[in-house]
Ligand binder design. Structure first.
Ligand code: HEM
Ligand code: HEM
Length: 237
């Protein structure tokens, strides 16, 4: 494997070793929080706070691995010296990447609702803006096309939006039953998207060749499932 292959591997590896274990803990604590409230089950009083604290880390790591995947795809599609649009395009893209990270870090700290909403939206806008660059592969952009619903990219965008939303409305979930219900419904959907990402991610991993194989394999017609005949090897007698 070349260094560029290792870069491409960082996103799936972090999803497997960081995001999904965190998700398991967040889901277990969510169930205990609900049980404790509705059935007075004997769970420690800290389960709600632990759920929300780990939820914050889950949201941060989802947004983090999405930004990482987008940055790697954009930066390595062509060599940086032949980057499409040159420095005039690279510089604003870098700014969006850093800005999204700063917005996420600020979202963790600010208290007033208007700031929480603004930083969550800013961060999500950055994630979407980077994702819409032509280097980032998307199965389809048309919601009426079944391929859209199988897209790893759009799943990632939806999931990061839902995670940011949960972090942004954390105090409201504590205070109002209506927000708590909205949180549970939104995150039941998020749990389904996590499942879908766990399937579409490995599917994409199967489809992406190693860097040295790309020139040959991208000569194939993926619709017709045909590849050009290999050049005769000089080693054959
Ligand atoms: C897949 C992800 C998640 C699921 C399925 C989930 C689900 C739940 C459930 C079932 C409850 C209990 C609701 C009740 O008492 O009826 C809850 C509470 C809560 N969740 Fe989440 N949640 C998720 C992620 C998050 C995230 C990312 C945050 C962000 C910080 C968060 C913040 C909270 C808060 C603040 C509470 C109230 C805790 C308390 O009562 O002390 N959740 N969640
Ligand atoms: C929380 C779960 C995940 C989210 C939110 C997520 C999101 C994304 C996004 C937005 C992209 C960029 C668009 C694209 O190139 O398709 C991407 C790329 C990719 N994802 Fe995921 N993903 C998740 C989990 C996984 C898993 C579990 C795997 C495989 C084991 C995986 C494999 C890939 C691969 C191979 C790429 C291509 C680019 C790269 O490797 O950097 N993803 N993902």
């Amino acid at each position: 494997m070349q260094s560029v292959d290792w870069l491409w591997l960082m996103h799936p590896a972090l999803a497997v070793v960081l995001v999904y274990p965190l998700l398991g803990m967040v889901l277990r604590l969510a169930q205990q929080t609900r049980d404790r409230r509705l059935t007075q089950a004997k769970h420690p009083p800290t389960v709600g706070r632990d759920h929300a604290d780990l939820g914050k880390w889950l949201a941060g790591s989802v947004v983090g691995i999405v930004l990482l995947a987008e940055a790697v795809v954009i930066a390595t599609k062509h060599s940086l010296s032949s980057f499409e649009g040159g420095v005039g395009r690279l510089a604003p893209l870098l700014l969006v990447l850093v800005g999204s990270g700063v917005a996420l870090a600020s979202l963790w700290r600010v208290k007033r609702p208007v700031y929480r909403a603004s930083f969550a939206l800013l961060c999500w806008a950055g994630v979407i803006g980077l994702g819409l660059q032509p280097e980032v592969f998307r199965l389809s952009d048309n919601p009426f096309d079944p391929a859209f619903w199988q897209s790893h990219f759009w799943g990632g965008i939806g999931l990061s939006g839902l995670m940011l939303f949960s972090v942004a409305c954390r105090p409201e979930i504590h205070k109002h039953l209506r927000w708590r219900r909205l949180h549970v419904s939104a995150n039941a959907l998020a749990a389904l998207i996590f499942l879908a990402q766990g399937i579409s991610g490995p599917r994409d991993l199967l489809e992406i060749p190693l860097n040295w194989q790309k020139p040959t394999l991208y000569g194939c017609n993926f619709e017709a499932r045909t590849c050009p005949a290999p050049a005769p090897s000089s080693a054959t007698p």
